[in-house]
Design a protein around this ligand. Structure first.
Ligand SMILES: [Cu+2]
Length: 155
């Protein structure tokens, strides 16, 4: 009788450990699913001038089931930022400020000089090729993403 009780309790202990393991695995899976939106390759052009406006470009992968949008961007080396689109009508293409940059679901969005992009206004310092900064990119649904931005000669 004692032997059976011991073996049962050992089995239930193993079962309990198994359940904890499955629980941990599920939690990790949920955590991964919580970050369906990823920002990569964020970059600004190098510049010797101060007080100018520069485009901030990046790649955004949105694996979420709903569209998102960029609401705000804050970089330590610029006083302000705007969201821009480029209009192509009669005459030369022209940049225009918009309220937010749409980030469709299940898609990779590339911010470009000749399309949607973030414009950093009134730079505070020179930007040297290879330098890295951390900028905050605020998404409507994904929230604030602290993003590494690299200065590159040819962004
Ligand atoms: Cu612009």
């Amino acid at each position: 009788m004692i032997a059976i009780a011991t073996s049962l309790s050992r089995r239930s202990r193993i079962l309990a450990i198994g359940l904890v393991a499955v629980g941990t695995w599920l939690t990790l899976g949920a955590a991964a699913a919580d970050v369906p939106l990823q920002v990569t390759n964020a970059r600004v052009p190098a510049s010797n001038e101060i007080g100018i406006n520069l485009p901030l470009l990046m790649t955004i992968r949105n694996d979420a089931t709903e569209p998102d949008a960029i609401l705000r961007v804050r970089c330590p080396f610029a006083n302000f930022s705007e969201k821009h689109t480029v209009d192509r009508g009669e005459g030369a293409p022209a940049m225009r400020e918009i309220k937010s940059i749409p980030i469709p679901e299940n898609k990779t969005t590339e911010l470009k000089r000749d399309g949607y992009h973030v414009m950093l206004l009134q730079t505070r310092q020179k930007l040297v090729d290879g330098e890295k900064f951390t900028c905050a990119v605020v998404f409507q649904k994904a929230g604030t993403k602290e993003t590494e931005v690299e200065v590159s000669r040819t962004p």
